[in-house]
Design a protein around this ligand. Structure first.
Ligand code: TXA
Ligand code: MG
Length: 343
């Protein structure tokens, strides 16, 4: 299959409209396409067409019990697709939708089982990126979209990274430039009495608790899902965000980190560090130590860049797991397969 990459920049008026219309006609005919969102690129299909949704699982090599997020553009769509929506959902989404927040709710039969991975709940997000919003509105369709990466790999945050995973596997990639946020949405479940954070993202625990009070944090946010344990969010139990190189997460001060990496330098060794640190020749920076948003924006493309540069072993200077950096930390512990070095 030939994979077309088309620019979808709102500033290009007529060309932009054509790109949206092409994606809508493909999706309505049961095909899949990669599209930009404000968090990461998504691999999109009509969420209510089971055959189309199956193509997402196939292209990504994704386990079928790992449910997809349903993207919407209005509260009417949400109320048709979910039931027993707690008042807290409206208090929270009033401030963070459209945006990088996903809520898990009891689903209606209008959401097929393949989309929800066989669960009786489904995840919903109202994205803010114009491309996916215009697709939902123009086509009047709900869009199922996991991150656009081969299952297990770092999420795609620009069209070139998406192309390197899906060239020949999907018919279309809409190029909307580099994603502003760079890590996937915050996922919070409203199925039990107390809401539970399943995946940290740009909308932080502090943001959420200041709107709706105390929430629980799933143990999977900060550590591995133990074998035999039931994962509340099936995505957390699989290998995730992994580049080909062997990643170690190193916790410690800047001085200790630099000394450690210098001592362990060798063939194929790289440092993924904060701006200004560069302990060895093969160093790549992923942002300023105190700029959590910048770290989140760069982390996935940096992991992919390391593979391209031929890295074998990577020592990542661990971010402070606070605010938005909790999201970066959550992705990095998985990229490192929980290999953490405390200095
Ligand atoms: O920012 C994002 O959320 C991106 C963009 C494309 O919107 N999408 C994304 O999708 O990250 P994905 O499939 O890579 O991650 C969805 C996560 C998975 O960990 C999945 O297990 C969880 O959400 N999830 C989906 N439905 C769920 C449900 N009903 N119950 C619990 N977890 C659910
Ligand atoms: Mg993903």
């Amino acid at each position: 299959m030939k994979t077309k990459v088309i620019c979808a920049d709102k500033k290009n008026g007529g060309e932009y409209r054509k790109a949206i219309d092409l994606a809508v006609s493909l999706l309505k005919s049961g095909e899949i396409a990669a599209v930009p969102t404000e968090t990461v690129y998504g691999l999109a299909a009509d969420a209510q067409n089971p055959d189309a949704v199956k193509k997402i699982f196939k292209a990504k090599g994704r386990p079928q019990d790992n449910p997809l997020i349903v993207h919407i553009s209005s509260f009417d769509q949400l109320e048709r697709a979910a039931h027993d929506i707690p008042e807290k959902v409206f208090s929270l989404t009033r401030d963070f939708w459209p945006g990088p927040l996903t809520v898990v709710l009891k689903k209606n039969p209008s959401i097929p089982d393949v989309t929800s991975g066989g669960l009786d709940t489904a995840a919903f997000r109202m994205p803010s990126h114009p491309v996916i919003r215009d697709i939902i509105k123009t086509g009047d369709i709900l869009i199922a979209a996991p991150s656009a990466n081969i299952s297990g790999r770092p999420s795609g945050t620009n069209a070139a990274d998406v192309f390197s995973d899906f060239n020949g596997l999907i018919p279309l990639i809409l190029d909307g430039g580099v994603c502003d946020i760079g890590v996937e949405s915050t996922v919070i479940s409203f199925v039990s009495e107390t809401p539970v954070l399943l995946r940290p993202g740009f909308v932080t625990v502090e943001d959420i608790e200041s709107r709706i009070g105390k929430i629980d944090i799933s143990p999977a946010v900060l550590g591995p899902v133990k074998s035999g344990e039931k994962a509340m969010s099936p995505g957390m139990k699989y290998k995730h965000y992994s580049p080909d190189c062997d990643v170690f997460l190193v916790k410690g001060s800047s001085t200790d980190y630099r000394d450690f990496v210098k001592k362990n330098d060798g063939c194929g060794v790289f440092a993924l560090c904060f701006d200004g640190e560069q302990p060895i020749k093969n160093s790549l920076c992923y942002g300023k130590e105190n700029d959590f948003a910048e770290q989140a924006k760069n982390i996935f493309s940096a992991l992919r860049q390391l593979d391209k540069a031929g890295a074998k072993t990577v020592y990542v200077h661990c971010p402070n797991p606070k605010g938005v950096a909790l999201a970066t930390y959550n992705r990095l512990i998985r990229a490192a397969a929980f290999k953490i070095i405390e200095l």
